[in-house]
Design a protein around this ligand. Structure first.
Ligand code: S6P
Ligand code: ZN
Length: 187
């Protein structure tokens, strides 16, 4: 493959798209087996309307060592038995760090290093820093789509099994006043 040349990528704030764009990934309820507290409710939703929970649009920068790719994640608003809609969550196998920039809507980053849990509230303009070794899951805590830019080392990778094995420490539910309420992962 030819070397990547310097490039400008246009970000459309309204459409939440990149041009030029790389691959786009769509995750529906059927792709999120075993991740919500109420798996029966998740399975029922997957068997029914099977809604899109989030999309990830990448730039053309490849996920390869020494490159610095970026993507836009858009999580739809919603809850499953009170648990806010969220990404699968993953750990980077070699523990690289990552940054997120919140663009629209409201959300949070739930992080877990195997012992401690961290929660960062994300509002448009917030830069969230994910330090090395912290698994990360994004959550839409609002009533509109929540979108953010992620910038990460090209060799970072995605270890989804780590989250299945270790959990995320906590879960984000909609509290009585509509804001996020963190509860123990297995409660
Ligand atoms: C990649 C970065 C994001 C996520 C995306 C979807 O390092 O953290 O682009 O991949 O937000 O989340 P997930 O957990 O399904 O990959
Ligand atoms: Zn990541």
């Amino acid at each position: 493959t030819p070397p990547i040349m310097p490039m400008a990528i246009r970000f459309d704030h309204e459409q939440l798209t990149l041009a030029p764009a790389g691959p786009t990934l769509t995750r529906r309820m059927s792709d999120l087996e075993g991740l919500f507290r109420d798996e029966a409710a998740r399975a029922a939703a997957a068997a029914g309307e099977n809604p899109v929970v989030y999309t990830v649009t990448s730039s053309p920068v490849p996920e390869a060592n020494r490159e610095l790719p970026q993507s836009i994640t858009t999580i739809m608003p919603g809850t499953t038995s009170g648990e806010f809609w969220m990404t699968k969550g993953h750990q980077h196998p070699d523990h690289q760090g990552e940054i997120y920039l919140a663009i629209t809507g409201r959300g949070g980053i739930l992080m877990f290093d195997g012992e401690q849990t961290s929660w960062l509230e994300m509002l448009p303009g917030t830069i969230g820093y994910i330090p090395p070794g912290w698994a990360h899951r994004s959550v839409n805590t609002g009533t509109e789509p929540y979108a953010f830019l992620a910038v990460y080392p090209g060799g970072a990778g995605h270890d989804y099994d780590w989250v299945v094995e270790h959990g995320m420490g906590k879960r984000a539910f909609r509290g009585p006043d509509g804001s996020a309420l963190l509860r123990p992962f297995a409660e």
